[in-house]
Design a binder for this molecule. Structure first.
Ligand SMILES: Nc1nc2c(ncn2[C@@H]2O[C@H](COP(=O)(O)OP(=O)(O)O)[C@@H](O)[C@H]2O)c(=O)[nH]1
Ligand SMILES: [Mg+2]
Length: 305
C-alpha cells in the first residue's frame, strides 16, 4: 500500500530569499498615510490588530526550511557528480545542519569537482563510482552511506538543499520512501523541456497503471529513504533509469511512499548528461522488465537485462 500526501503548512518549502513578498506582514501605515480626523478610530483598531498579529507571530516564530527540524536520526546525503566543479559551491553552501554525512560520488570528473567539494566541505567523503552512469554512482554512494536516513540530490544546483528537512519530516513520521514531486502544489520545474515533460508524464502513466497508484512525478532524482530498505529496493540500474527503478521497487516492496513538493531549478552551469529519448527508452524498458508478475530479474539469464 502506498500513500501520497503533501506536507503540513509549516513544512512548506521556503522560497529563495526575496523572491516572494511576505504576505503575512501587516500592511503598516507609513508616514505619508493621509491624516484624516475620521480615521483616528480606524487607526486605533488597526494598531490593535497589528499588535495581535505581532504577538501571534512572536509566539509562533516563522520557520525557514533550511533551519533543520532536528531529526534524531543520522542523515547521509549522497550526491552524484560528473564535472560539476562550478556548481558544487552553491550546493554545498546550503546543505542544512540536519545532514550528518555528505558522500560525493565522483564519476571520473576531469574538472576540479573533488577538490572543490573538499574545499567547500572538508569533511566530505568522496568515493569513486563503480561502473559508468548515474545509476552506478548512486548505488556506490548508497553502499557507502552509514546514516539511518539516506537522501539523494544532484550536484548541478537544480535541487535546493533547503528542502531536505521536508523529506526528513515524512521519514520521521512513518514513511519509508519520500520522493520529491515537481507536479503537485508547491512544486514546479524551471528545467523541464517539452520533450522531458511529455516523456515524464507518459512514463509516470505507465507506473500508475502497472502499480495501480496515483503518483504525480517519476523521473526526478530528489528522494530520501530509510537505509534499512536498501536491500528491499534491490537496485540494479546503471544509468538515469535508476530513479524510476527506485520508485517501481518501492511500490513493489510495499514501502510507505510520500511525495513532497519540490521546485526544480535550472542547472547552474554546464550541460545535462541526460539524453531524453534514449534515456526515456531505457526507463520504459526497465519498467516493463520489472512489471508486477514479470520473471524475477535476478533469475533472468545474463544479457536479458
Ligand atoms: N558520478 C556521476 N554522476 C553523474 C553521472 N551522470 C550524471 N551525473 C550527475 O547526476 C546529476 C544529474 O545529472 P544531470 O546531467 O543534471 O541530469 P538531468 O538533471 O536529468 O538533466 C548531476 O549531479 C550529474 O553530475 C555519472 O555518470 N556519474
Ligand atoms: Mg540536472
Amino acid at each position: 500500500m502506498s500513500t501520497t500526501m503533501s506536507p503540513d503548512a509549516d513544512s512548506r518549502p521556503a522560497r529563495s530569499p526575496g523572491s516572494v513578498p511576505d504576505r503575512t506582514a501587516p500592511d503598516r501605515a507609513g508616514p505619508d498615510r493621509p491624516a484624516h480626523p475620521n480615521r483616528r478610530a480606524d487607526d486605533r483598531a488597526d494598531r490593535r490588530a497589528d499588535d495581535r498579529t505581532d504577538r501571534r507571530r512572536a509566539e509562533r516564530p516563522s520557520r525557514r526550511a533550511g533551519d533543520g527540524i532536528g531529526t534524531t536520526h543520522r542523515v547521509s546525503l549522497v550526491i552524484p557528480a560528473h564535472n560539476e566543479a562550478r556548481n558544487i559551491p552553491w550546493v554545498f553552501e546550503q546543505i542544512p545542519r540536519c545532514v550528518d554525512e555528505v558522500i560525493l560520488v565522483d564519476g571520473a570528473s576531469s574538472d576540479a569537482t573533488v577538490p572543490m567539494a573538499r574545499y567547500c566541505l572538508p569533511t566530505v567523503r568522496s568515493v569513486q563510482q563503480r561502473g559508468p552512469g548515474k545509476g552506478n554512482a548512486l548505488r556506490t554512494g548508497f553502499a557507502a552511506a552509514t546514516g539511518e536516513y539516506v537522501v539523494m540530490m544532484d550536484a548541478d544546483g537544480s535541487m535546493w538543499p533547503g528542502e531536505i528537512p521536508h523529506f526528513l519530516h515524512f521519514l520521521d513520521n512513518g514513511f519509508d520512501f519520500v520522493k520529491g514531486s515537481r507536479c503537485i502544489a508547491g512544486g514546479g520545474s524551471l528545467d523541464f523541456t517539452r520533450v522531458r515533460s511529455l516523456g515524464n508524464r507518459a512514463l509516470l502513466a505507465v507506473v500508475n497503471k502497472l502499480y495501480d497508484t496515483r503518483l504525480t512525478d517519476l523521473c526526478y532524482g530528489y528522494c530520501a529513504f530509510r537505509r534499512s530498505f536498501l536491500d528491499a529496493l534491490d537496485l540494479r540500474s546503471t544509468g538515469f533509469e535508476i530513479e524510476a527503478e527506485m520508485v517501481a521497487h518501492a511500490l513493489r516492496s510495499g514501502l510507505r511512499i510520500a511525495e513532497v513538493p519540490s521546485l526544480e531549478l535550472p542547472r547552474r552551469s554546464g550541460r545535462s548528461h541526460l539524453h531524453a529519448v534514449s534515456d526515456g527508452r531505457r526507463v520504459l524498458r526497465t519498467l516493463i522488465a520489472e512489471r508486477p508478475g514479470a520473471r524475477s530479474p535476478a533469475a533472468a539469464p545474463a544479457g536479458e537485462r
